[in-house]
Design a protein around this ligand. Structure first.
Ligand code: GLU
Ligand code: MG
Length: 446
C-alpha cells in the first residue's frame, strides 16, 4: 500500500498591524518565512481611505482620500508580539507598524506616528520620559457560565483555564501580565501590565485586546471591550496610568510636598489635561455609546475632576503602598479614566500627552483636588472648582473638539477632516438605533 501523503503543515503568517481611528486592529499579513528572512525595512501596501473606515466597515463619504493614493505599512521589528493562543492552529504573530508615505516619511494620519511625536516632544521639553500602563476591562459574552458574585474566586475558577491561557500567551509575547481579576460586572474581567515606555504601553494595549479576543473566540465566546455591552450594565473602561522618569529612571511626577504629592511638572500636566478634556473625549471615548459609560456614580469619570484615590474622578491620583518600606516616589502615578476601547490606545495616549504638555508650557498651577460628589454641588460651586461635565454624546464631544482651537491645532487640517468625517459617518450609521441596539452592536465589534 502506498503511504498516504501527510497533510501539509500550515505556513504561518505575520501581520503588519496598525490600530486605526475606529479603534480596530487592521493590517496585512506576509508569510512568516519571508518576514524572518527579510533584512532592513519590511513594508507592505496600504490605502489612505482605509483611515476613513467606520466601525460599520463602511468608508466615510465624503472623505479626503477617495480611491487614489498609496501608502506603506512599515514593520517596527522591535515591536513584534508572538504567541500561540490556546486552540489556534498557527501562532498569532503581530508586528506593530507605522503608516508611512512611499518614501518612508510618516503619514499625516498615522496614530502611532502621532504618539511617537508626542512622546518625543514630551521628552525634549521636560527632560523626562513618559511612562504608562493600560488597565483594561472586558466582558465575556456567550460563555453560559453559572452566575458568580463580583470579584469572586468562583468567578475566575468557573472560567479556568481562560485566565491562565491569557497569562501564558501574553507572557510568551513578552507582555508581562500583572494582575488578572474577575471584576464587578457580569462576566467582567480586568487585566493590568507593569508601567513601560509610552509606545510600548500602547502597543501592548492593542495586543492584549487581540490575544484575549482570540482566546475567547477559540472557545466559542466573545470577549468584548466595548464601553457598555448593555445600557444598564457595568462599563468597561480603559484606564491609562502615567508617570514621568528623569535621568536614571528617577521618578519625576512625585513630590512629597506638592499638592496630592504631585511634582510641579505633574501638576501642570494634570491642569493641561483637565483644561482640554472635553475636547479629548472625541478621541479617547469616541463612539456613539461611549457617553453611556461616562456618567456620574458609575466609577468611570464624568467631570473635569482631579481626585485623590477617588474612582469617580477623571484624573485619579493613585495610592502608594508603604508596606515593607516601599518607596512611594517609585509607585506614584496618576490615572486617566475617561478612555475606552473604541479608541486607539495610541491616539488616546497621544492626545493625553499633548494636552498635558500644553499645561506644562503654560506653567499652569496644579488643579484643585476635589473630593465629594459634583452632582451635589450648585452650578456655581462646580464652576469655582473647575468641574465641567464631560460631553455625554459623540456629537457633543465633536462640538467640544471644534470649539477647542488648541486641540484642533495639533492636527493637520486633512487629519482632522479624516477623523471628524469618519466619526460623523459613524453617527449617521448609528442614527435610528436605540441605545440597547447600539450596545449590542458595539459588543460584537469591540
Ligand atoms: N468599570 C469602571 C469603568 O467603566 C471602572 C471600575 C474600576 O474602578 O475598576 O471605568
Ligand atoms: Mg477595574
Amino acid at each position: 500500500m502506498p503511504k498516504a501523503p501527510s497533510p501539509t503543515a500550515p505556513a504561518p503568517l505575520t501581520a503588519l498591524t496598525i490600530m486605526d481611528y475606529a479603534g480596530i486592529a487592521r493590517g496585512r499579513s506576509v508569510t512568516r518565512a519571508s518576514f524572518d528572512a527579510s533584512k532592513g525595512a519590511k513594508t507592505c501596501g496600504w490605502v489612505p481611505a482605509n483611515m476613513s473606515l467606520t466601525s460599520y466597515d463602511i468608508i466615510a463619504d465624503p472623505n479626503p482620500w477617495g480611491s487614489a493614493g498609496d501608502l506603506r505599512l512599515i514593520a517596527d521589528r522591535a515591536a513584534r508580539y508572538t504567541c500561540w493562543p490556546a486552540g489556534a492552529a498557527t501562532p498569532l504573530d503581530l508586528v506593530m507598524s507605522d503608516i508611512v508615505e512611499t518614501d518612508g516619511s510618516p503619514w499625516v494620519c498615522c496614530p502611532r506616528s502621532l504618539l511617537k511625536r508626542a512622546l518625543a516632544e514630551f521628552k525634549k521639553e521636560t527632560g523626562t520620559e513618559f511612562i504608562a500602563s493600560f488597565e483594561q476591562e472586558f466582558q465575556v459574552l456567550g460563555a453560559n457560565w453559572p452566575p458568580a458574585p463580583s470579584f469572586a474566586v468562583s468567578a475566575l475558577r468557573r472560567a479556568d483555564p481562560f485566565g491562565p491561557d491569557i497569562v501564558a500567551a501574553l507572557t510568551k509575547a513578552g507582555i508581562e501580565p500583572e494582575v488578572f481579576v474577575a471584576e464587578y460586572g457580569r462576566d467582567q474581567f480586568e487585566i493590568t501590565t507593569p508601567p513601560a515606555n509610552g509606545l510600548v504601553a500602547a502597543d501592548r494595549a492593542l495586543v492584549i485586546r487581540e490575544v484575549i479576543r482570540e482566546i475567547a473566540m477559540r472557545r466559542g465566546w466573545r470577549a468584548s471591550f466595548s464601553p457598555k455591552t448593555a445600557v444598564n450594565g457595568v462599563g468597561n473602561g480603559v484606564h491609562i496610568h502615567f508617570s514621568f522618569a528623569g535621568a536614571n529612571g528617577k521618578p519625576a511626577a512625585f513630590d512629597a510636598k506638592g499638592p496630592g504629592r504631585m511634582s510641579k511638572l505633574a501638576g501642570a500636566f494634570a491642569a493641561g489635561v483637565l483644561k482640554h478634556l472635553p475636547a479629548l473625549i472625541a478621541f479617547t471615548a469616541s463612539s456613539p455609546i461611549s457617553g453611556l459609560r461616562l456618567k456620574p456614580h458609575n466609577w468611570s469619570s464624568s467631570y473635569t475632576w482631579l481626585g485623590e484615590r477617588d474612582r469617580e474622578s477623571s484624573l485619579r491620583i493613585c495610592p502608594t503602598v508603604s508596606i515593607g518600606g516601599k518607596d512611594p516616589a517609585k509607585q506614584y502615578n496618576i490615572e486617566f479614566r475617561a478612555a475606552d476601547a473604541t479608541a486607539s490606545p495610541h491616539l488616546s495616549l497621544a492626545v493625553l500627552i499633548l494636552a498635558g504638555l500644553e499645561g506644562i508650557r503654560a506653567k499652569l498651577p496644579a488643579p484643585p483636588i476635589f473630593s465629594g460628589d459634583p452632582e451635589a454641588l450648585s452650578a456655581e460651586e462646580r464652576s469655582k472648582l473647575g468641574l465641567v461635565r464631560l460631553p455625554d454624546t459623540l456629537e457633543a464631544a465633536l462640538d467640544c473638539l471644534a470649539a477647542d482651537k488648541t486641540v484642533s491645532g495639533w492636527f493637520a487640517p486633512v487629519t482632522l477632516e479624516t477623523y471628524i468625517g469618519m466619526k460623523r459617518m459613524e453617527l449617521k450609521l448609528s442614527d435610528g438605533q436605540s441605545p440597547d441596539e447600539l450596545c449590542q452592536r458595539y459588543a460584537t465589534i469591540y
